[in-house]
Write a protein that binds this ligand. Structure first.
Ligand code: ATP
Ligand code: MG
Length: 574
């Protein structure tokens, strides 16, 4: 490819719309352009990277016995009604209606469609297991599309669905995919961690997320400094220090706390540690109001709370609901003598002695509250947010925190969808059984963004060799110099013939401009053809990643470059 012909409109300025580095660099390198919020066009260079990632995924899926198919993006509402997700998926589902008034959705994921296919086509245990996958656009009307390809409303996903006869079969399929996904991300040159995660709305029992470590990541993860434990904070288990205090229980009494609402205010007003205050938070769910309690120095984990409640929707109650419930202004809610609400207490709360809580009276708190004596929660559960420094739930080592970009996720679905849609098979005894399913997804476009987050410098992108749009750029210092161009052209032809993907920068630009663009786009190798090439037959090979420069005789340049490319690709496979 000739850069003079390539549609790669690079930008010098940092685009105002972009906040994170991958978004900035993909715009600047002429790889993507925005069409609407969360909707992008992939230009030729950007799309080449996408295709590289897709090819890696294909190889790894096929290696594990995956079969590629293509499911429709337009999905009939009936299937979503059957699974029960039409109403619970909410505003994220892009819905549309055809000319006959029938409802459809643009696929955000494909459990319904694939389960429908398999229930119609698979009858016998002999046809299982099945690993079926596709790579295509997905549609989610995200509340906050942002960061370019990181969180789009239209994005590319690889999704695989496994169908097995039983749990043991699922376990095997799950392990295969876990391995395949790990290989995909290693091959893309990414530093990642696999973390335990919360299954969320998709359902199922066990799930892991593949997290690319990056400060710009939207996910918070904790990992143990001593063992292998790593989890999304949404899921991370809290360790409870089982020791109950030996403190004697005192009689509770109301005290006046004018204007003291927050934990800090109450703590400094009453001169008690936040640890001795019960934080009471009022939530609204589809099944009414909930009072959630955690220790004053802790934060609540809303994902855990929602799971405990098994609720579809959970949000902080507004001032009016709080007033109706407690008869007080916000900031004075508490569990003692409260009515008409479910009370969920964090495990740690039950160990507190002579604690402080709101009195459900404006400007008033209660001291010497003893959980179990003065109030009995409807449920005691782990509902707090784990943070750095907390003990590891596996080995009691110390947990650290980091940020990650979720590039993939694997789920054990079990029979959730096969039951809802009736996907059954006949076992060896001719008995009908439900298929046991798993689902697995990689955000292809997000993976590309994540790769840039981890591989860049002040000058631009530094593509890992296996996913670089081209392996090398050949730069004749002067495109007007016929001798330089001749060498460049012949090198280009030889490299291409040897399977090295190269571009020639044949534009009539100053060398400085060409070098800047080469760095910005991030070709792993830059081959400069200058006067030395003409006079001495020597070319210069510069490595984008570390700036190292090698020189080589023109004759030996091709095998040398080929070897560098092959070695770097092989390294990612190791
Ligand atoms: P998130 O929590 O980031 O919204 P998710 O857990 O809802 O993602 P999954 O349903 O697990 O996403 O989808 C599989 C993969 O698709 C994710 O791991 C992620 O890499 C990618 N993905 C999901 N949503 C988006 C999006 N809006 N834009 C780009 N990629 C996405
Ligand atoms: Mg996910």
């Amino acid at each position: 490819m000739r850069l003079s012909e390539l549609l790669a409109p690079t930008l010098r300025e940092v685009p105002a719309e972009a906040e994170v580095i991958s978004h900035i660099l993909m715009l600047r390198a002429g790889m993507i352009r925005k069409v609407a919020s969360g909707v992008y066009t992939y230009l030729p260079l950007g799309y080449r990277v996408i295709k590289k990632v897709i090819e890696i995924i294909r190889e790894e899926m096929d290696n594990k016995g995956g079969q590629e198919l293509m499911l429709p993006i337009i999905q009939p509402a009936e299937l979503w009604l059957e699974s029960g997700r039409w109403n619970v998926y909410g505003d994220e589902l892009f819905r549309l209606r055809d000319r006959h008034g029938r409802d459809f959705a643009l696929g955000p994921t494909h459990e319904e469609i694939i389960t429908d296919l398999v229930r119609n086509e698979v009858r016998s245990y002999k046809q299982l297991p099945l690993l079926l996958y596709q790579i295509q656009n997905k549609y989610r009307d995200e509340r906050r599309p942002r960061f370019g390809l990181m969180r789009g409303r239209e994005f590319i996903m690889q999704d695989l669905y496994s169908f097995d006869r039983d749990e043991a079969g699922l376990e095997l399929s799950y392990r295969k995919m876990y391995e395949a996904y790990s290989r995909v991300f290693s091959r893309c040159g990414l530093k990642f961690r696999v973390v335990e995660a919360d299954p969320g709305a998709i359902g199922g029992s066990s799930t892991h997320e593949f997290m690319v470590m990056a400060d710009s990541g939207e996910a918070a993860i904790v990992f143990c400094e001593s063992c292998e434990y790593a989890a999304n904070v949404e899921k991370a288990e809290a360790v409870v220090d089982e020791q109950t205090s030996a403190e004697e229980m005192l009689a509770w009494e109301e005290v006046s706390t004018p204007g003291a609402r927050s934990i800090e205010e109450v703590s400094s007003f009453l001169k008690v540690d936040p640890q001795r205050i019960i934080k009471s938070l009022v939530y609204q769910t589809e099944d009414g109001i909930v009072l959630a309690l955690v220790r004053g120095d802790r934060e609540i984990n809303e994902v855990k709370l929602q799971n405990v409640l098994d609720s579809l929707r959970l949000f902080m109650a507004d001032e009016r609901s709080v007033a109706e419930l407690t008869g007080a202004e916000p900031g004075f809610a508490g569990p003692v003598n409260i009515k008409g609400v479910r009370v969920i207490a964090d495990q740690e709360v039950m160990l507190m002695r002579n604690a402080v809580t709101g009195a459900n009276k404006t400007d008033t708190h209660i001291i010497n509250v003893n959980p179990g004596r003065d109030f009995i929660p409807d449920k005691v559960a782990d509902i707090r947010l784990v943070k750095a420094g907390d003990p590891c739930p596996r080995c009691r080592g110390k947990l650290s925190e980091a940020r990650g970009i979720e590039v993939g996720q694997v789920f054990k679905l079990g029979t959730k969808y096969s039951k809802a849609l009736g996907a059954k098979f006949l076992d060896e005894n001719g008995k009908e059984q439900l298929m046991v399913m798993g689902c697995y997804g990689i955000g292809v476009s997000r993976t590309v963004a994540a790769a840039i987050e981890q591989n860049h410098d002040d000058d631009g992108i530094i593509w890992p060799m296996p996913i670089a749009p081209y392996h090398a750029v050949i730069i004749p210092v002067s495109a007007k110099d016929k001798d330089q161009m001749k060498i460049a052209e012949s090198l280009y032809i030889s490299l291409t013939a040897q399977g090295v993907e190269a571009v020639i920068d044949d534009r009539n630009e100053r060398p400085g401009v060409k070098f800047k663009d080469a760095d910005l786009i991030g070709f792993p190798l830059r081959i400069v053809i200058g006067s030395k090439a003409v006079e001495e037959g020597v070319v210069e090979i510069r490595h984008r990643r570390n700036g190292n420069v090698q020189t080589a005789k023109i004759e030996s340049a091709v095998p040398l470059i080929k070897k560098i490319v092959e070695d770097e690709i092989a390294e990612s496979l190791a």
